[in-house]
Design a protein around this ligand. Structure first.
Ligand code: PMP
Length: 392
C-alpha cells in the first residue's frame, strides 16, 4: 500500500547527522561505558513532590477526559506566569494546554500557515523543526546564521527570504547554540514580522535557563502580541519531559481555533498531568531555579576549561543546557570529529551538522551528567581536539 507523500517525506531523508547518536546508543546496549552528552534530558527525574501531586490527582479520580483547552486553573496559572514574566496582559483565553512543546510547535504552524506557504526558521535549529513545518503542510525555508555572530540572526537575512512567507519560527534561549537573543536582535525580528505581516512563532521552552541577563519574550514588543504564538513547556523548566505538558500562548481568536484543532487531534492532556503541572507552577521560581542550577554550574566549569586551551572555541554560552563548540581548528567536520571522539574516548556528542549546515564544523555538548564526569569529559574532548589541531 502507498503511504502518503506527507508522511514519507516528513524528514528530508539522506544522512540526518544522527548516526553518532544511534551508534552510541548501540554501544551502550552492548555494555560499553559511553559518556553520553547528546540529548537534552536532565540527569535528575521529576521532583518527588510533583509526582506526589500527580498521584493524588489520579487516585482522587482525575482520570477521565479533561477539558480540551486545558483545565481552567492551569490555563490561569500559565497566563499568570507569562504575564509576570513578560508584562503583557494575559488571560486563560490566551492559553491552550498541549501535550508538550512539540505538539504546540505543530499546532502553531497549522494555525499560521496555509498548505504550501513558506515557513521561515533559523539555521542551526532544533532537530524536529523542518519536519514539523512540513507536517503542517508548509514549505520550510531556512535562514542561515553565523558562528561569528554567535548565531544571532540578522534581520536583513530574514527579510531577504520573507516574500510569500506566512511565519517565522525563532527559539531563545536557543537549542543547539546556547545563544540568548538580545533586545536589538528581537526588535529587528519584530520589525520584519510587522512589515512583512508574518506570524512569529516563539519557542521559549528554555525560558528558565538564562545564564546572563533576562529572558525577553518578543510577544512583549510593540505590536507583537497580536501576531505572536509563544510555545512553552514544562519539560525543561520542571524536568517533566515524559509528562508531555506544554502550551501555546496567543491572541484569543487564534487560541479558539487551536482548541478546535486540539479537539480533532490530541483531545487534550491527561487531567492528572495538568494537576501536577499546576502544583509545579505554584512552587514558583525557586523550584525552576533549583532545576536550572546544575546547568549554570556546569556552564561555569566549562567556561574555565575552554579558556585554558586553544583548539576549541565556545560560542558564548548564555542559556539552555547545551554548549556549542567550534572545532574547525582540528580540520575536521563535526560529524567526523564526533565519530572519532566516540571511537577514541567513548564520549558521545552531537555533530553540529545534525542541526543544519550553519553549524558545520561544530559539536553540541549537552551538560546533562554530574559535574565531575562532565568536566573530565570536556577536558578530554579539548585534549583530543588539541592533538588534532597541533596546539597541544
Ligand atoms: N523546542 C526545543 C528548542 C527543544 O529543545 C525541545 C525539546 N528538546 C522542544 C521544543 C520540545 O520539547 P517538549 O515537547 O518536550 O516540550
Amino acid at each position: 500500500m502507498q503511504l502518503s507523500h506527507r508522511i514519507t517525506h516528513l524528514t528530508g531523508g539522506g544522512s540526518d547527522g544522527w548516526d553518532v547518536f544511534y551508534r552510541s546508543r548501540r554501544m551502550i546496549a552492548e555494555g560499553v561505558a559511553v559518556t553520553e552528552l547528546t540529548i537534552g534530558e536532565h540527569d535528575i527525574g521529576t521532583d518527588q513532590s510533583i509526582l506526589d501531586a500527580m498521584h493524588r490527582s489520579a487516585s482522587g479520580g482525575h482520570t477521565g477526559y479533561a477539558m480540551v483547552p486545558g483545565i481552567a486553573s492551569l490555563r490561569r496559572a500559565v497566563a499568570e506566569r507569562i504575564e509576570a514574566q513578560s508584562g503583557v496582559a494575559t488571560g486563560p483565553e490566551n492559553i491552550l494546554i498541549t501535550p508538550g512543546g512539540q505538539a504546540a510547535l505543530f499546532a502553531a504552524h497549522m494555525a499560521a500557515c496555509n498548505p504550501g506557504d513558506r515557513a521561515l526558521y533559523l539555521d542551526p535549529h532544533y532537530a524536529t523543526y523542518p519536519g514539523t513545518l512540513r507536517g503542517a503542510g508548509a514549505i520550510p525555508v531556512a535562514v542561515p546564521t553565523r558562528p561569528e555572530d554567535a548565531f544571532l540572526p540578522r534581520a536583513e537575512e530574514i527579510d531577504a527570504r520573507a516574500e510569500g512567507a506566512a511565519s517565522l519560527l525563532i527559539n531563545t534561549p536557543n537549542n543547539p547554540t546556547g545563544t540568548v537573543y538580545d533586545r536589538p536582535t528581537l526588535e529587528g525580528i519584530a520589525e520584519v514580522c510587522r512589515r512583512r505581516d508574518l506570524w512569529l512563532i516563539s519557542d521559549e521552552v528554555y525560558d528558565t535557563q538564562v545564564w546572563e541577563g533576562r529572558h525577553l519574550s518578543p510577544r512583549a514588543l510593540p505590536g507583537m502580541a497580536e501576531r505572536t504564538l509563544v510555545v512553552g513547556s514544562m519539560s525543561k523548566s520542571h524536568a517533566m519531559t515524559g509528562s508531555r505538558i506544554g502550551w501555546i500562548c496567543g491572541p484569543e481568536a487564534a487560541i479558539a481555533h487551536l482548541v478546535t484543532l486540539a479537539t480533532h487531534t490530541t483531545y487534550g492532556v491527561a487531567g492528572f498531568v495538568q494537576d501536577a503541572a499546576e502544583f509545579a507552577l505554584a512552587q514558583g521560581p525557586e523550584l525552576e531555579q533549583r532545576i536550572a542550577a546544575p546547568f549554570r554550574r556546569r556552564r561555569d566549569l566549562a567556561t574555565g576549561i575552554i579558556a585554558a586551551q586553544k583548539a576549541v572555541t565556545l560560542i558564548p554560552s548564555r542559556g539552555a543546557m547545551y554548549l556549542m563548540l567550534d572545532i574547525r581548528a582540528t580540520g575536521l567536520d563535526g560529524e567526523t570529529f564526533a565519530n572519532r571522539l566516540l571511537d577514541a574516548h567513548r564520549i558521545a556528542v552531537m555533530p553540529g551538522e545534525s542541526f543544519g549546515p550553519s553549524a558545520a564544523g561544530h559539536v553540541r555538548v549537552a551538560m546533562t551528567i554530574e559535574d565531575a564526569g562532565f568536566a573530565a569529559a570536556l577536558k578530554c574532548l579539548c585534549d583530543f581536539a588539541a592533538g588534532l589541531a597541533g596546539t597541544g
